[in-house]
Design a protein. Structure first.
Length: 120
């Protein structure tokens, strides 16, 4: 913002000051990671009857390594069957750790597939 001098504060000259200010807000717009993961878990439970979690993984990772897809699709069913992520007991804490790890691996498997598609 200081590069633009007084125009770095006023938005008459450039939209960059607003974009800079908004970037910190937009980063947290949907909430912290654990809140998002909890909401995803809850949404998948609600949708499980008409769109089973393992089918989502299979659809999402179509064309990926079969062993990766198989492992992730089996694991998601077990994780989503857990009633909720809000109970403070050892089993739920373990499910939360596994859910975090699962989401990380699923996202990276999807990124690998997308990169492979872009690179041709």
């Amino acid at each position: 913002m200081s590069v633009f001098g007084g125009h770095g504060v006023m938005e008459d000259f450039s939209a960059l000051p607003r974009i800079f200010r908004d970037s910190a807000i937009n980063e947290l717009w949907e909430g912290p990671r654990n809140v998002l993961f909890t909401q995803i878990h809850r949404d998948m439970q609600k949708a499980a009857e008409w769109y089973p979690p393992d089918t989502l993984v299979i659809d999402l990772l179509a064309g990926a390594n079969v062993s990766v897809v198989s492992a992730l699709s089996m694991e998601i069913n077990e994780l989503v069957r857990h009633p909720n992520l809000m109970t403070m007991d050892d089993q739920t804490r373990d499910i939360c750790r596994r859910w975090d790890s699962f989401c990380h691996r699923l996202f990276h498997a999807y990124q690998d597939l997308a990169l492979k598609e872009v690179e041709g």
